[in-house]
Ligand binder design. Structure first.
Ligand code: TYM
Length: 325
């Protein structure tokens, strides 16, 4: 039996190289390793906390599906679907809501950040980790490849699985092993937090991103605005991004030979990002020509995911006693 791997991305705008190196590249590598039964989904209900416009939601969702295919997620090898197509996610989230406490959710980093920014927080944002736990636990995921910022969410999923099993699986039918498996986050140490052009974590909300499918002009614009107020001869923000694209041994002579020459180093980085992105952009442009084929991939994926999710939800419903037959 292969281990089960699951992960998702929110369709909140164009993915950036932080998403790619922190998580999406691992999706492709782990899928191609052949060691896992893989599920990759589009977390549209999570995105609804931010994207509250139908046209934008549709566009972002379709775009992300194309992105998944363009980076090499093969729908013949992995199940690709969107969250909202599988109603078991929201149904299970409700069941979990009844065993998760408010103080526990108040400890979530994302919630605390929102509070610190004095945001008027919606219930969906507060409950975010509960829906995410349902996403993961419905598929019996063993591993969840993510960036560092999602680690706590995977830990929440573990806690919630354990709490459900403890609450409902004592000395009855679901006792052996419980209904839910405890997942592990899979985080690549060197790219756990990819920095943005200002040195902070790369994030859409900080406006410090380099898009994964950026045009040459966009790459130039982003790289030229990398903050270089470093005292040392090596511009550390440029270097931190550069080493995503080239090994440190390849970069060493370049940075040695061009100490203090920030413009030359930035131009080299533009070149290297361009070479890396070009084939991805070309593949994406090809795939984007046939949107119906992309929609078909999502529909087929949903058919497969639904079977697995519904079977697990049914076990959970039996365990809590709402499904009597
Ligand atoms: P999202 O859409 O914000 O990000 C997608 C993935 O990209 C990673 N990431 C980064 N990694 C390293 N450095 C960065 N600067 C960086 N920025 C983003 C994220 O860690 C993530 O792995 N909650 C999730 C979506 C989700 C999900 C799930 C993931 C919903 N349900 C179930 C896994 C399993 C999110 O907001 O990802």
């Amino acid at each position: 039996m292969k281990k089960i791997l699951l992960s998702g991305v929110k369709p909140t705008g164009r993915p950036h190289i932080g998403n790619y190196f922190g998580a999406m590249r691992q999706f492709v590598q782990l899928l191609n390793s052949g060691d896992y039964e893989c599920y990759f989904f589009i977390a549209d209900y999570h995105a609804l906390n931010l994207i509250q416009n139908a046209e934008e939601m549709k566009r972002n969702t379709l775009d992300l599906a194309i992105d998944y295919l363009a980076i090499g997620l093969d729908p013949n090898k992995a199940t690709l679907f969107k969250q909202s197509d599988i109603s078991a996610h929201t149904e299970l989230a409700w069941i979990f809501d009844t065993i998760v406490t408010v103080p526990y959710l108040q400890r979530a980093h994302a919630y605390k950040d929102a509070v610190a920014k004095n945001k008027e927080i919606n219930v969906g944002t507060f409950n975010y980790p509960v829906l995410m736990a349902a996403d993961i636990l419905l598929y019996d995921a063993d591993v969840v490849p993510v960036g560092q910022d999602q680690k706590q969410h995977v830990e929440y999923a573990r806690d919630i699985a354990q709490k459900f099993n403890n609450t409902f699986c004592n000395g009855n039918e679901c006792d052996q092993g419980g209904v839910f498996k405890l997942p592990e986050p899979l985080i690549m140490e060197d790219v756990a937090t990819v920095p943005g052009i200002d040195g902070r974590k790369m994030s859409k909300s900080y406006g410090n991103t380099i898009e994964l499918f950026a045009s040459r002009a966009d790459i130039e614009k982003a790289v030229m605005s990398i903050v270089t107020d470093s005292d040392s001869e090596i511009p550390k923000n440029v270097y931190a991004i550069h080493k995503l694209f080239k090994s440190e041994s390849e970069l060493k002579p370049l940075y040695e030979a061009n100490k203090g020459k920030y413009k030359v180093l930035k131009e080299a980085l533009i070149e290297d990002i361009g070479v890396f992105i070009k084939p991805l952009r070309e593949k994406r442009a090809e795939l984007a020509k046939d949107e119906n084929a992309v929609l078909k991939v999502l529909a087929d994926g949903a058919d497969k995911a639904k079977i697995k999710a519904d079977a697990k939800l049914s076990l959970a419903k039996k365990a809590i006693g709402v499904q009597v037959n």
